[in-house]
Design a protein around this ligand. Structure first.
Ligand SMILES: NC(=O)c1ccc[n+]([C@@H]2O[C@H](COP(=O)([O-])OP(=O)(O)OC[C@H]3O[C@@H](n4cnc5c(N)ncnc54)[C@H](O)[C@@H]3O)[C@@H](O)[C@H]2O)c1
Length: 353
């Protein structure tokens, strides 16, 4: 039997990842496409006429419909909490995009509500469904790295602040800048590959240097340009972040930049073990160096669509009642880590968890 879903938020990630996935999923009916801006929901119905049944602007309409079993929350970060809590209280399962929401306290409340209602709450940790990440997690479990003692990651780009002055750069709406927007993916997959590592203590510095004068900010292209508001908007979030994290497994050092005056993009994670090491090119393949043979190999394999896999896995989990790796319970440690990193940066002190 097909699962009946509603989609709240028909913006970029909905258009580029989830609606194309739903179009390939015979197991779902999209009874409602909802967006405050009706033209965005209508565009999805026009593009997928055989899949999208109704267009609405008020998600409460979908929550009141007993046929709807699950809701996909694809709104900006600040709205994740309200829409998810309303949906859970209405007895719906929820898939909510990353990050869980703007801080750990509210994230925990969302997880507790899901538990209380006996409903699934999955988070859009799409990288956990990326083939390279799955393979590295398996290699780590099998001991291919030996003692995996340190992870270094870099998520740095040239002048790439998204939607300057819009929801991405307003801390009240986003929860933060490059750390919560890009870092959430990197840290989530690192903690996952390490075998659900738990954070012990950390230190962090955050900077907002590159667009202090928003009107003078220069860039080649701007992601989410349609939401930018350099005239009246706010930019109070980190565009550069650096720090050090100790976990019960490996330690982690990192640098992240939405924007920097270095015309390079560096998106990779190094896993350092005494038997072997790997560099994962974010979103792509990894190379593994075996310390005993001194050979480096880059395994090749198909990289299926991770968004399709995560959406399918969520629908399967509500059918079977079995929680999977995208369940909020497995993602809370990442939210706790991000919160503590921001607290460390604000206080300029080490934080012990
Ligand atoms: N997993 C990933 O790789 C990935 C990539 C990009 C974005 N995201 C996440 O997806 C979320 C959305 O990002 P985006 O870039 O698509 O943003 P967006 O601004 O393009 O789209 C969000 C949409 O939600 C709508 N909306 C807001 N509040 C609403 C409400 N109460 N009811 C109905 N509609 C509402 C807005 O009108 C907008 O159209 C963010 O949380 C972001 O962090 C995840």
């Amino acid at each position: 039997m097909k699962k009946v879903i509603a989609v709240v938020g028909c913006g970029r990630i909905a258009q580029s990842a989830h609606f194309p996935a739903f179009a390939q999923m015979d197991e779902v009916r999209v009874k409602y496409a909802c967006d405050l801006i009706v033209s965005k929901a209508e565009a999805m119905k026009e593009k997928y006429p055989d899949k999208v049944e109704n267009v609405i602007t008020d998600y409460m309409v979908a929550l009141a419909d007993p046929e709807v079993e699950a809701v996909f929350v694809l709104t900006p970060n600040f709205a994740h909490y309200t829409v998810t809590m309303d949906a859970l209280k209405a007895g719906k399962h929820v898939f909510c995009e990353k990050p869980i929401t703007v801080n750990y306290k509210l994230s925990l409340e969302m997880a507790k509500e899901a538990e209380k209602q006996g409903k699934m709450l999955n988070i859009g940790v799409c990288n956990r469904y990326h083939k390279s990440v799955e393979k590295l997690e398996e290699m780590c479990r099998e001991g291919k790295f030996g003692n995996l003692y340190h992870v270094y990651c870099s998520f740095r780009s040239f002048r790439s602040i998204p939607g300057l002055g819009g929801p991405f750069t307003d801390k009240k709406q986003s929860g933060g800048g490059v750390l919560i927007d890009w870092g959430v993916h990197f840290f989530d997959l690192i903690l996952y590959i390490l075998g659900n590592a738990k954070v012990k203590n950390l230190t962090c510095d955050a900077y907002s240097e590159m667009a202090k004068d928003m009107k003078a900010y220069k860039y080649r292209s701007m992601w989410a340009e349609d939401t930018a508001d350099t005239e009246h908007g706010v930019n109070d979030v980190d565009d550069f972040i650096t720090g050090y994290v100790r976990t019960d497994k490996a330690s982690i050092s990192f640098n992240g930049a939405w924007a920097q005056n270095i015309d390079k993009e560096e998106m990779f994670i190094d896993f350092l073990g005494d038997k072997g090491g790997a560099r994962l090119n974010y979103g792509g393949f990894f190379s593994f160096t075996d310390g005993s043979t001194l050979q480096t190999e880059t395994p090749e394999y198909d990289i299926p669509n991770m968004y399709l896999l995560e959406d399918k896995a969520f629908i399967e989990s509500i059918s079977t009642g079995v929680k999977n790796k995208g369940n909020v319970e497995n993602v809370l440690e990442t939210a706790k880590l991000l919160d503590a990193l921001y607290a460390s940066a604000a206080s300029r002190k080490e934080i012990v968890l």
